[in-house]
Ligand binder design. Sequence first.
Ligand SMILES: [Zn+2]
Length: 152
Amino acid sequence: MREHRLTIPAPERWGEGLVAIQKGEELDLDVRLESVHEGILVSGDVETVFRGECGRCLREIDERVEVDFQELFEYPGGEAADFEVQDDHVDLENLVRDAIVLALPFQPVCQPDCPGLDPNTGERLAEGAGEAPAPIDPRWAALQELNDNQAP
Ligand SMILES: [Zn+2]
């Protein structure tokens, strides 16, 4: 078994959503390579930073993300494998990219209770203002009117 610690820059932008790993971002990799009967078992974790914008208020965000991965790289000639050992090497790039991209939040927020933008003005709502009150459903509003009329 061999262990490697590597820091390599992301070769290109990874991710298509609001946040992504930017090209050149440092990837801190901790990789273990284990020789098994069918090939090489690769496991480890990667730590990096994703950047982009908050899905609610569009503020810029950057956040650390750490992802575990494990995959068997089969020797050539085995069952059709997703990953193969090639010339005694394993190509970690696709493995690491897939692991990270899957871990990126689909709807990233700058903070869990980000109040977002005011639906009317488009301005950022003050922090801690909470969610804007939901507009009353017109059907309920009609009931509300009845209520008001019947009030003594
Ligand atoms: Zn936000």
